[in-house]
Design a binder for this molecule. Structure first.
Ligand code: ATP
Ligand code: NI
Length: 374
């Protein structure tokens, strides 16, 4: 029986619906992930962005059940991977999915590598999880994987131990181990954060090559330049929820949620993690961003995170903000803020001085008022 290609292509590879993961901590239950929905298509790169603590890692780790339970508990939602419901899957199914179809790569490669085995042995191990060949073939394939991820002198280095690799090279090895099973989806959580800038650029190039080959990539990064370089779509998270998501071009050209606007405006290429630790506690109802939002109104409080609304009638670009509800006057929607530029993100060439004014029609450059709500 042959599969109808049009049907194969129409379903997203990964579909996450209303995912909720709570974590028991000293101070009580943390709503680390609280109603996250997004999809990843085949061959697509989706980037999760958002400040530290917004729930990006816990989201990724919940998908294949590697989040430690306890203290975490996945309390709701669905995760569908190629039709398989991962949250309902038993341990052996999940192990098989992780060994064969979904690979994880983390920020610190040495964490993923076992110090007492050569990288060749670890690559072989990753291959045997999904069907072994003979010893020579396995070794050849290990060398080939190291070449593929750009390790020079791969046939010699295959016998080296993890500590003999620099940070960037070790991250390549970790990616190589992830690729050993030829996964359909690579989940990479800040894979370029711990390496220096030139190595970063090469790793980004590697990831681009891999997705060019048809692999899907779910990438967590703080670096908007990485997003610009790799993403097809962006998912912006804050407080365990999705604030905004859409095609990278439209989200960068017209960041629409006040949180996205704030995130992009504060972006200066520096890693600012930890700087906002003194912030007010994030609400667990209504819009999670409302306490810091310059446009907050009464309607932002209570209930769940606001529903998502399309921006500019573009249903692929949606925003979870009451100001975009269809019954509201579009001329008042975040009017002044929408003209704001996300701060000249390096690497984007499609933004120019003569880019169209994205403010809603009828808006004539009012003062800093923001939307009013009386
Ligand atoms: N083991 C844990 N125990 C208690 N709370 C946790 C634990 N792991 C994560 N959290 C909390 O869950 C929330 C989401 O954390 P998560 O690591 O997913 O954020 P993140 O977006 O990946 O941040 P970063 O950009 O710093 O990696 C945070 O409030 C964090 O403090
Ligand atoms: Ni994280």
């Amino acid at each position: 029986m042959t599969l109808d290609q049009s049907e194969v292509g129409s379903e997203p590879l990964l579909s996450v619906e209303n995912l909720r993961t709570y974590i028991d901590a000293d101070g009580g239950r943390v709503h680390a992930v609280d109603g996250v929905s997004f999809t990843v298509d085949r061959g697509e790169t989706v980037c999760l962005v958002g400040e530290s603590g917004s729930g990006k890692s816990v989201t990724c780790e919940s998908l294949t059940g590697i989040v430690p339970q306890p203290p975490a508990e996945i309390v709701g939602g669905t995760v569908s991977f190629d039709g398989l419901s991962l949250l309902d899957a038993d341990d052996s199914t999940l192990r098989s999915v992780r060994g064969n179809r979904i690979a994880h790569v983390f920020q610190n490669p040495q964490q993923a590598l076992d110090p007492v085995y050569t990288v060749g042995d670890q690559l072989a191990e990753a291959m045997t999880i999904h069907g072994a060949g003979d010893v020579t073939a396995t070794r050849e394939r290990a060398v080939e994987l190291l070449r593929r991820v750009g390790i020079p002198r791969a046939s010699e280095r295959v016998d080296d131990y993890p500590h003999e690799f620099s940070g960037g090279m070790a991250q390549r090895v970790a990616i190589g181990i992830g690729l050993a099973a030829d996964p359909e989806l690579l989940i990479a959580d800040e894979p370029t954060t711990a390496v220096d800038v030139t190595v970063q650029a090469r790793l980004i190039e590697l990831l681009r090559e891999l997705t060019g080959g048809g692999m899907s990539l779910l990438l967590v990064t703080h670096d908007l330049r990485v997003v610009a370089a790799l993403a097809d779509r962006v998912v912006v998270m804050f407080g365990g929820t999705v604030m905004e998501q859409g095609p990278v071009e439209t989200v960068f050209a017209r960041p629409s949620h006040p949180y996205t606007q704030a995130l992009f405006e504060s972006y200066d290429g520096l890693d600012r993690r930890g700087e906002r630790s003194a912030r007010d506690e994030i609400p667990t109802d209504g819009c999670r961003f409302r306490r810091e939002c310059p446009h907050a109104v009464d309607a932002c409080g209570g209930g769940t995170q606001p529903p998502t609304y399309p921006t500019d009638g573009n249903s692929a670009h949606e925003v979870s903000c009451v100001h975009y509800a269809p019954e509201r006057d579009p001329d008042q929607i975040l009017a002044d803020a929408r003209g704001a530029s996300p701060g000249g993100i390096p690497g984007r060439t499609d933004r120019s001085e003569d880019a169209p004014d994205t403010r809603p029609r009828g808006e004539s450059g009012t003062a800093n008022g923001g939307p009013t709500d009386e």
